[in-house]
Design a protein around this ligand. Structure first.
Ligand SMILES: *[C@@H]1O[C@H](CO)[C@@H](O)[C@H](O)[C@H]1NC(C)=O
Length: 229
């Protein structure tokens, strides 16, 4: 090219386009407006959601009552977690966060699952659970949580919790993605008929850590069949 300034402009343009595309393709990229509540009337797919017009944004975009009521507690294995993402809680769009509520009746379990796009911070509000996760070396980390305790489940790792106490549990989680996703191995890999068999096998791997052995499990919960205290 004869004109060096034209060549450098072209290179600049090329780099600009390249980096713009990279920015668009990264999940949960930084927000470029103060707020961007989800516009629900758009049908094109982008990485996230379109923003509502700033003139239409209201306080109600930034709060939600979707976690006020207990989640369906009839089911002891599935459907006990309700995740609220930017699809339902519009103010979360572009902020890289979502939130959930989990209600477990005595002996109910959130079976091992992972969130491919988010780390989960799990706060136990009421009751007692055995909770833990499995890392990429297949090492199991498990602990008993009491009301007020927190556990972090690192991004992408299988994790679980089990109500081993004496009352229903209530917990809330925060995820560092506006759409954490859920991969549930007993749903995807096993027949529903096999999944309780799988959970039985999994429960046999669980123990109460020796540092917490003063904790008395409810003798009626399944876990106590496998754990000698
Ligand atoms: C365990 O189950 C028995 C029989 O249903 C009941 O009487 C007892 O109160 C239960 N114990 C606890 C700690 O829930």
């Amino acid at each position: 090219m004869k004109n060096p300034s034209l060549a450098s402009s072209l290179i600049f343009l090329l780099l600009f386009v390249l980096f713009s595309c990279l920015g668009i393709s990264l999940a949960d990229s930084n927000n470029v407006f103060d707020t961007c509540p989800t516009a629900t009337d758009r049908i094109e797919f982008i990485n996230g959601y379109h923003c509502k017009s700033p003139t239409l944004v209201t306080t109600s975009d930034f709060n939600s009552a979707k976690l006020t009521e207990p989640v369906n507690t009839d089911d002891r294995i599935n459907l006990v977690v309700k995740i609220v993402t930017a699809a339902d809680f519009h103010g979360l769009n572009t902020l890289g966060l979502s939130v959930s509520r989990t209600d477990l009746v005595i002996d109910a379990i959130v079976s091992p699952h992972s969130h491919p796009r988010a780390t989960e911070m799990f706060f136990l509000n009421q009751g007692i659970v055995l909770a833990g996760f499995i890392d990429t070396r297949n090492q199991l980390f498990q602990t008993i949580l009491k009301a007020g305790d927190v556990i972090v489940f690192p991004k992408g790792l299988l994790h679980f919790c089990l109500n081993s106490g004496y009352e229903p549990t209530i917990s809330f989680s925060v995820y560092n993605s506006q759409n954490p996703g859920v991969v549930n191995i007993n749903g995807a890999v096993f027949d529903p008929a096999d999944s309780s068999h799988f959970i039985e096998k999994f429960l046999k791997r669980l123990t109460v850590p020796s540092s917490q052995s003063n904790f008395k499990l409810n003798p009626n919960v399944t876990l106590s069949r496998y754990t000698s205290l």
